[in-house]
Design a protein around this ligand. Structure first.
Ligand code: AMP
Ligand code: ZN
Length: 112
C-alpha cells in the first residue's frame, strides 16, 4: 500500500519515535498524544481496519495483543487502555489497523 501513512512508517520512509519492533509488528509514539503514555501498536501487514482482517490473521491479531501487553509492562503501566477505532463513525482517521495503547492517567468509561 504505497500511499498508506503507517505502511510508510513501517518502511522507515517517514520518521517516527519507535518503541518496539519485530518481524510482524511495530509500536511508536502517537504524534498527538491523548494520554501521558500514548503509543500505537501496528501490524506491518497492511490491514485497513479490524473488520478487514480475516481468519488468516488470527495469529497476527493475537501477537499484537501480546506485544501491547509486553510494551505496557516495559513502560511501567499496570493500568492501561487498548482500543481500536474501526471506521469513520468510530473515529478512525488512518486506514491501517492500529491499537491505541494509552495510560498514565485515569480513564473515563464509556469513551465518547
Ligand atoms: P485513529 O484516529 O484511531 O485512526 O488514530 C490515528 C492516530 O494516528 C491518531 O491518534 C494520530 O494522532 C496518529 N498519527 C497520525 N499521524 C501520525 C504520525 N505521522 N506518527 C504518529 N502518529 C500519527
Ligand atoms: Zn498500510
Amino acid at each position: 500500500m504505497g500511499s498508506c501513512l503507517f505502511c510508510k512508517i513501517a518502511a522507515k520512509e517517514i520518521p517516527s519515535q519507535f518503541i518496539f519492533e519485530d518481524g510482524e509488528a511495530l509500536v511508536f509514539k502517537d504524534i498527538n498524544p491523548k494520554a501521558p503514555t500514548h503509543v500505537l501498536v501496528v501490524p506491518k501487514k497492511h490491514i485497513a481496519r479490524l473488520s478487514a482482517s480475516t481468519d488468516g490473521d488470527r495469529a497476527l491479531l493475537g501477537h499484537l495483543q501480546r506485544v501491547a501487553a509486553r510494551v505496557a509492562e516495559s513502560l511501567g503501566l499496570d493500568s492501561f487502555r487498548l482500543v481500536t477505532n474501526n471506521g469513520v463513525g468510530a473515529g478512525q482517521t488512518v486506514d491501517h489497523l492500529h491499537y491505541h495503547l494509552m495510560g498514565g492517567r485515569a480513564m473515563q468509561w464509556p469513551p465518547g
